[in-house]
Design a protein around this ligand. Structure first.
Ligand SMILES: [Zn+2]
Length: 375
């Protein structure tokens, strides 16, 4: 497979999902000059996970403030919190409180019928000197949504009328944004929608992405080009989509794969946009970041598109860096943000050893200053 790509590959072993990245760092940079000022206020979060099959009410307290939360079954919820606090819930054996801190991941699980408890998913042992977990105890308000302006190009315009494909893609992006608003306070807004033409002779995915990068550049308003193609469905074609890495300028998404439904197409788009925001492949079968899409799971997931907790935190960290800076490159992230992402990707690489996506995000992050000897 040509270098420089990471693909989503449905219905094939994850070991074939080779992720080879283009060495030139410049390709990963995006200029965020178009973002309005208020979005640059950062926000730390913790992530709550409901591993039970019931809705769980919780109360999060920090300092003198408290906030009631509702955690839907199987869902992850990022909650803005700076520093440390306590989480309280009814366990079935009385009300209990648990200490929590920002950048932590906490799950509610059933220990036996009718009794629940809270545990922490350990991600790295390092104390984060920039988090001030023990010295600061305060909520931060819900961050202003970070808007990623997108240029959409579609290469199959001859198959259906412009009104139909444009409205279909606009609805799909709005549905995807509903997911990202919930999991990392980001929305994708289409600012340009146009056609492009993939040459007949291009029959493999890497060449198609390279062609997209040349043929459809970002205009003054957009930060990300998402190209849809319906022309690769008959070739070696098991890729559902692909990009070169987080915050890369282009994504290529295949349209009309076999007999996929609009729900499955939404999952593919969310998966690829998740990669853009720093998500990597997850072993959790219910996560939209599982390596193999197209297994009809969307048909039996009435709660909608779900991210796993580690990717939820990763995307919150990446979107927070994007929110705070006008120009973002992975190696320009704050040391604390990079260290936490390294911890997350290290755990995720170990949890899915046959897949390269987390390892390549680690490579792209590079070493963090003062990192030696801590892992
Ligand atoms: Zn993928």
């Amino acid at each position: 497979m040509p270098a420089g790509l990471m693909f989503s590959m449905p219905r094939i072993p994850v070991g074939r999902a080779i992720a080879l990245w283009r060495a030139a760092g410049a390709c990963l940079a995006i200029a965020l000059a178009g973002l309005p000022g208020p979005t640059r206020a950062g926000a730390q979060v913790l992530v709550l996970v409901n591993r039970t099959t019931a809705v769980v009410p919780l109360e999060l307290s920090a300092g003198a403030a408290s906030r009631k939360l509702t955690l839907n079954a199987a869902h992850c919820l990022p909650v803005p919190l700076s520093g440390s606090g306590t989480l309280a819930l009814e366990t079935g054996q009385g009300r209990k409180t648990y200490p929590v801190k920002s950048c932590g991941i906490y799950y509610v699980g059933e220990v036996r019928k009718g009794v629940v408890d809270v545990g922490e998913i350990e991600i790295g042992r390092r104390r984060d000197p920039n988090t001030n977990s023990d010295r600061v105890a305060s909520y931060v308000s819900e961050p202003v949504l970070t808007e990623i302006p997108v240029k959409v190009v579609y290469d199959d315009a001859g198959a259906v009328s412009p009104q139909i494909w444009q409205s279909t893609l606009r609805r799909r992006f709005e549905a995807a944004s509903q997911v990202f608003r919930r999991v990392c306070f980001v929305e994708f807004r289409i600012v340009t929608i146009d056609t492009w033409r993939l040459p007949i002779g291009v029959t493999e995915f890497a060449g198609a992405l390279a062609h997209l990068e040349r043929a459809a550049t970002n205009d003054a308003e957009s930060l990300l080009v998402v190209g849809f193609t319906g022309k690769l469905r008959t070739f070696e074609g098991r890729h559902t989509g692909g990009t070169r890495g987080p915050l890369h300028t282009h994504l290529l998404v295949r349209e009309r794969i076999e007999r996929n439904t609009e729900k499955e197409r939404l999952e593919v788009l969310v998966h690829e946009l998740g990669h853009f925001l720093g998500a990597v492949h997850s072993p959790e079968g219910s996560s939209v970041m599982r390596p193999m899409l197209g297994n009809r799971r969307t048909w039996v997931a009435p709660s909608g598109v779900i991210f796993d907790p580690l990717n939820t935190l990763a995307m919150c960290l990446v979107s927070n860096e994007v929110r705070m800076k006008r120009s973002v490159h992975l190696f320009e992230f704050s040391p604390a943000g990079r260290q936490k992402l390294r911890d997350l990707y290290t755990v995720m690489a170990e949890s899915l050893p046959g897949d390269d996506s987390a390892r390549h995000y680690l490579e792209l992050l590079g070493p963090v200053s003062g990192d030696a000897g801590n892992h």
